[in-house]
Design a protein around this ligand. Structure first.
Ligand code: 5AD
Ligand code: SF4
Length: 470
C-alpha cells in the first residue's frame, strides 16, 4: 500500500521530469464486463476520465450509463472544496448498497480526493468496501491494479508527482468536435487557500512537439476546437529549460489548421504583453479569457498569496480589453476568506463594478486541511459569508445579463455541439467568446460552425436561429 502524505506532496524536487511514451496494450481480460464512471470537478478531471475510459476499454470493459448494471464503478473525485467531499461520500453510500446485492462489484476511487491523507484515513476506517484507490500521478497503473486485485482494499497513491506519461491520442473523448489537450500538469503557485499544488504536484509541462502532434492528429480526425488545459496555462514552459513559453506555444498551435483554440486557466501574474498580442493577431485563438481575480481587496490578495494587487489586475484587464477585439473575460471570486471584513468585501464588489465581467464563478471559502489558510483565524460567521455570496451573485448576474444583451440581433459564429438540454428541438453550442447559445436549426448540423442570429439573451445563455449562407 502507498498512502498519500501532504508534507511530501508540498516538496518540489529539482529532479528533471521523465517523459515516458506509453504504448497502451490491448487485451480481452475483462471482455463482457461493464464500467460506470462518475466524474466530479474541473476540466482536468473530465479529461482524466477520458484517459481512464481508454485504459479500461483497452482491457475489454464497455461503458454503461446505468450504475446498477455495472461490474466496476469509478469515482473520479475533486478536492477543491468541502462540498465536493460530501457529495462523494454521499454517492459512496449508494455504491455500498449495490455491493450488498452484487458481491463481484468493484468500487474504485481516484482523483484529487485520493491524494488527501484525511480522505484515505477515512476510507481505511469507515469505507473498507472500496476495492481500489489510486491517485492523480498513477492513473496509468489502474489496469494493472484491476488485474492484480485481491479481496483486500488496495491503495496506491503517490505523493511525489509522477513522470509525464504520453499516451498520444488514446483518449475516449466525450465530444467528436471539441477536445481537451493537456499542456501541463500540477501547479507551483501555492495560493494559500488552495489544495491543488498538493493533489496535482509540481508543475510539469508537456513537450511542445507532443502537444502539436496530438493536435494535428485531432485535426485529421475532424476536430474543430481544442482547449489547452492546465492549472496555470500561462506558466507553461517555465519548467522546460527555455524551450518555449506559453505565448510561443499558442502561436505554434494557431499555425496549425485547427479552427478554434481556447485555453484555461490563466493566472494574472503570468499574463504577458506578448500573449495579448498573439491572441489579438491569430483569428483561430478565441477572444475569451478566464482570469481569476479571487478578491478585490489588496489585504486579502496578499494573504491569499496571489502576487498582484487589485490595481495591477485592473490594468491588465483594461489592456486585454483594449487590444483584443470583442474579447469576453470571466473570473473566479472567493468570498469569506479567513477574517475578510465588510470593507474587504466591498472592495470585491467595487472591482466587479469596474470590470463588469462577462461571468464569474463565485465560491465561499472552504477550509482545506494542510494549506496555510487552514491555520488562519476566522471569526466571520457562515451566515455572513452566505449573505456576501448572495450579494455578489446578484451583481455578477446583473453584468452577465447586460453583457449578453449586447448580442441581441447580432450575427455570431457558433460551434454546434449537440442537442440542447433546455429544448430537444434545438442544438446548443458556443460563440467565439464562450457564450452558450441554444440554436434553432437542422440537427444534422451538429459539429459545424454556423452563423446564428441572436434572438434572446438571459444571464447564462443566449437563444438564436441559424442564418442560411448562400
Ligand atoms: N475555497 C473556495 N474556493 C476555492 N477555490 C480554490 N480553492 C478554494 C477554496 N479552498 C476556487 C478558486 C479557483 C477555483 C477553481 O476554485 O476561485 O480559481
Ligand atoms: Fe490553486 Fe493558485 Fe494553483 Fe490556481 S494558481 S491551482 S488557485 S494554487
Amino acid at each position: 500500500m502507498n498512502l498519500p502524505n501532504m508534507l511530501e506532496a508540498k516538496k518540489r524536487s529539482k529532479n528533471d521530469v521523465k517523459y515516458i511514451y506509453d504504448d497502451i496494450k490491448k487485451s480481452n481480460s475483462f471482455k463482457g464486463l461493464k464500467y460506470y464512471i462518475k466524474t466530479y470537478g474541473c476540466q482536468m478531471n473530465v479529461h482524466d476520465s477520458e484517459e481512464i475510459k481508454s485504459l479500461l476499454e483497452n482491457i475489454g470493459y464497455e461503458e454503461t450509463n446505468v450504475m446498477e448494471s455495472a461490474d466496476l464503478i469509478i469515482l473520479n473525485t475533486c478536492a477543491i472544496r468541502e462540498n465536493a467531499h460530501d457529495k462523494v461520500f454521499g454517492f459512496l453510500g449508494r455504491c455500498k448498497h449495490l455491493k450488498k446485492e452484487n458481491n463481484n462489484l468493484i468500487i474504485a476511487l481516484c482523483g484529487c480526493m485520493a491524494q488527501e491523507e484525511i480522505v484515505v484515513n477515512e476510507i481505511l476506517e469507515h469505507h473498507k468496501y472500496i476495492d481500489i484507490v489510486f491517485g492523480t500521478h498513477n492513473i496509468n497503473e489502474f489496469p494493472k491494479m484491476l488485474l492484480n486485485k485481491t479481496k483486500n482494499l488496495n491503495i496506491n497513491v503517490f505523493s511525489k508527482e509522477g513522470d509525464v506519461i504520453e499516451i498520444g491520442n488514446h483518449y475516449i473523448r466525450d465530444s467528436k468536435y471539441t477536445a481537451w489537450v493537456n499542456i501541463m500538469y500540477g501547479c507551483d503557485k501555492f495560493c494559500t487557500y488552495c489544495i491543488v499544488p498538493y493533489t496535482r504536484g509540481k508543475q510539469r509541462s508537456r513537450k511542445s512537439s507532443d502537444i502539436l502532434n496530438e493536435i494535428n492528429d485531432l485535426i485529421k480526425n475532424g476536430y474543430k476546437e481544442v482547449t489547452l488545459l492546465g492549472q496555470n496555462v500561462n506558466a507553461y514552459g517555465k519548467d522546460l529549460s527555455g524551450e518555449m513559453d506559453f505565448s510561443s506555444l499558442l502561436m505554434e498551435v494557431a499555425k496549425t489548421d485547427i479552427e478554434r483554440i481556447r485555453f484555461v486557466t490563466s493566472h494574472p501574474w503570468d499574463f504577458t504583453d506578448k500573449m495579448i498580442d498573439i491572441i489579438a493577431k491569430y483569428k483561430n485563438i478565441m477572444p475569451y479569457i478566464h482570469l481569476p481575480i479571487q478578491s478585490g481587496s489588496n489585504r486579502i490578495l496578499k494573504l491569499m498569496g496571489r502576487r498582484y494587487t487589485k490595481e495591477e489586475y485592473i490594468t491588465l484587464f483594461n489592456k486585454i480589453k483594449s487590444k483584443i477585439d470583442n474579447v469576453s473575460i470571466t473570473t473566479d471570486i472567493i468570498v469569506g476568506f479567513p477574517n475578510e471584513t465588510e470593507e474587504d468585501f466591498l472592495e470585491t464588489l467595487d472591482v466587479v463594478n469596474t470590470c463588469k465581467f462577462d461571468g464569474a464563478f463565485t465560491f465561499i471559502y472552504s477550509k482545506r486541511e494542510g494549506t496555510p489558510a487552514a491555520r488562519m483565524e476566522d471569526k466571520v460567521s457562515k451566515e455572513e459569508k452566505e449573505k456576501r455570496l448572495q450579494q455578489l451573485n446578484e451583481l455578477v448576474n446583473k453584468y452577465s445579463l447586460e453583457n449578453n444583451q449586447k448580442y441581441l440581433n447580432k450575427i455570431v459564429k457558433v460551434l454546434l455541439l449537440g442537442i440542447s438540454e433546455k429544448d430537444n428541438n434545438k442544438l446548443y453550442g458556443y460563440t467565439d467568446t464562450m457564450k452558450l447559445v441554444n440554436v434553432t436549426c437542422d440537427k444534422k448540423l451538429v459539429g459545424q460552425i454556423v452563423d446564428v442570429e441572436i434572438t434572446d439573451a438571459k444571464s447564462f445563455s443566449l437563444d438564436g436561429k441559424m442564418i442560411e449562407n448562400n
